[in-house]
Design a protein around this ligand. Structure first.
Ligand code: HEM
Length: 509
């Protein structure tokens, strides 16, 4: 006998499914309502009823490609102090010079810590890196050690290294460019210059193009930069993601292991040389080896401290690449720089770092490159350790404070016609960037590329040492421009007069 499935009478069907539908709708509404606080910004008020600064309505602002441009638009919409939420983390973005000085410098006791980012601080640096550690005794200890090698006096001791590397840079470019017959991409040359400077300062070693040392340092540096932007990783803001195996977590662990293996290897090699009786030149690792016991540094401390120095080479290379790209793009500026070199230094010798204060136009040019092509538009964010009220707005404890350098570097009042590349705006500014950062009036500071306050870049004085080629070199054929570094481009290095070849041949590489 066949059984036939008949539909339930309509009335019964509605009656039976009605409670289920109500239940499902209830669950859906509850889910949506509970999601709202996760999706939209919340306000926090101080005990006096003062609110946090205004800002965008949505919570997760993953600002991957050009975060500085988004921050710039928000600064225009919400004002020079605005806030945004990434998950449960509140960010306050500082977009004017006065607020930067008032908060990061004057209130330095409150705004000098760092958030314990899961990827950068906890995974890669394992709580040791000077750049990411909280404002505590360990940071003070490590900063003091790093500063031993960054005082003007200490730097005098390795000024010749920087000059030598500058010479190697120019001579290699000139040689490989076959006196202007072949276009070369200067990126790898600039990288080698920057990493070798840092290897010399940290480990009293350098490497030529055939060695893998520079390549490996650059690979680690690139992986590190890719993973450590203030807004780069969802895993930094969504705690449950930290408990599971994700690609970001394993990449972070790999960078940690690479730092230990690579810098630990260089450290051990230097130690072995010293134990073998060799007298090695002064460098950061040598000081750490000599004071290891007294300073109570463990293995990871030393690897991370020296590693932080080498990572400082990245932005130096970027600034050089921009310099080489900009010179041929602005022939008038290039001609004026050449004229100054010819007049002040002459054509038959190499300028040294001490000559810089006699080269005001070239110094102005470099400041303008740093203003327009700042390698870190958001500096390294600071973190507040106490509640604070500023200009009628509340900044709670545990807020990440971001310096919005893009907006600050394009402030019409401070830099008229800010989108024009114009070194002349810095003529008359005779201060180094280190001196300029100490000015009482923040509107007179040259630029904010090295950050501000107690965490200001300690490598600033090294980064400022630049030996420029006195030899006349014509740069041509640069391609389009992008952000951190120019898009890949090639230039030809032509001798400007017959003395160039001879002058470049004088020193042996
Ligand atoms: C053009 C080159 C450079 C630029 C633009 C630059 C920029 C910066 C910025 C923006 C910060 C964060 C400052 C803040 O928190 O307010 C910083 C921190 C730091 N920089 Fe540099 N830097 C450069 C070169 C160097 C060099 C050459 C070294 C090492 C010799 C170095 C070592 C460090 C260290 C160790 C920190 C962490 C400081 C701390 O948190 O206490 N930097 N740098």
């Amino acid at each position: 006998m066949h059984s036939i499935l008949l539909p339930l009478p309509l009335k019964d069907s509605i009656v039976n499914t009605f409670p289920t539908l109500i239940g499902l709708s209830f669950l859906l509404v509850t889910f949506i309502v509970s999601l709202i606080p996760c999706l939209f910004r919340k306000n926090i008020v101080s005990s006096r009823g003062i609110s946090i600064p205004p800002g965008p309505i949505l919570r997760y602002a993953f600002l991957r490609k050009h975060p500085e441009k988004t921050l710039h638009n928000w600064a225009r919409a919400y004002g020079s102090l605005f806030s945004l939420w990434m998950g449960n983390q509140l960010f306050v973005v500082v977009s004017d010079a006065k607020a930067a000085r008032d908060l990061l410098v004057t209130q330095g006791a409150i705004f000098s810590s760092r958030k314990k980012y899961f990827v950068k601080d906890q995974t890669i640096f394992a709580g040791r890196g000077i750049t990411s550690s909280a404002y505590d005794d360990t940071w003070r200890h490590h900063r003091r050690l790093a500063m031993l090698f960054l005082t003007p006096k200490a730097i005098e001791g390795y000024g010749h290294v920087i000059e030598y590397e500058a010479f190697v840079l120019v001579r290699s470019l000139y040689a490989d460019s076959q006196q202007g017959n072949l276009a070369v991409d200067p990126a790898s040359y600039a990288d080698r210059y920057a990493v070798n400077n840092m290897l010399s300062v940290s480990f009293a070693t350098r490497s030529d193009s055939s060695s893998g040392l520079v390549k490996r340092a650059l690979e680690i540096g690139k992986d590190f930069m890719d993973l450590t932007g203030p807004f780069s990783n969802a895993i930094d803001f969504l705690e449950p993601l930290q408990w599971i195996a994700t690609r970001t977590r394993s990449r972070g662990r790999k960078v940690h292991d690479d730092l230990i293996r690579f810098y630990g290897g260089l450290y051990s090699a230097l130690k072995a040389r010293m134990e073998g009786g060799e007298i090695v030149p002064d460098c950061l690792a040598k000081t750490l080896i000599e004071t290891e016991e007294k300073e109570k540094l463990d293995w990871e401390d030393t690897c991370m401290l020296t590693g932080a120095f080498i990572l400082g080479g990245g932005p130096i290379s970027e600034i050089i690449q921009w310099t080489i790209a900009l010179l041929p793009s602005y022939p008038d500026i290039q001609a004026r720089a050449h004229e100054e070199l010819d007049r002040v230094i002459g054509r038959d010798h190499w300028p040294s770092a001490e000559d810089e204060n006699r080269l005001p136009y070239i110094r102005a040019f470099i400041k303008e490159v740093e203003r327009v092509h700042n390698p870190f538009w958001m500096a390294t964010p600071h973190y507040s350790t106490q509640d604070h009220e500023y200009n009628g707005m509340f900044i709670p404890k545990d807020t990440v404070v971001v310096l919005n350098c893009f907006t600050m570097h394009h402030d019409e009042e401070r830099y008229p016609d800010p989108y024009t590349f114009n070194p002349e705006r810095y003529l008359g500014d005779e201060l180094t960037s280190a001196e300029s950062a100490k000015l009482g009036d923040p509107m007179k500071r040259d630029h904010w590329s090295f950050g501000a306050g107690r965490r200001i870049c300690p490598g600033l004085v090294v980064a400022e040492l630049r030996a420029l080629p006195s030899e006349p070199i014509t740069l041509r054929d640069s391609e389009g421009l992008s952000d951190r570094t120019p898009l890949s481009f090639r230039v030809k290095f032509e001798p400007r007069h017959e003395g160039v070849h001879e002058a470049l041949g004088k020193l042996r590489i």
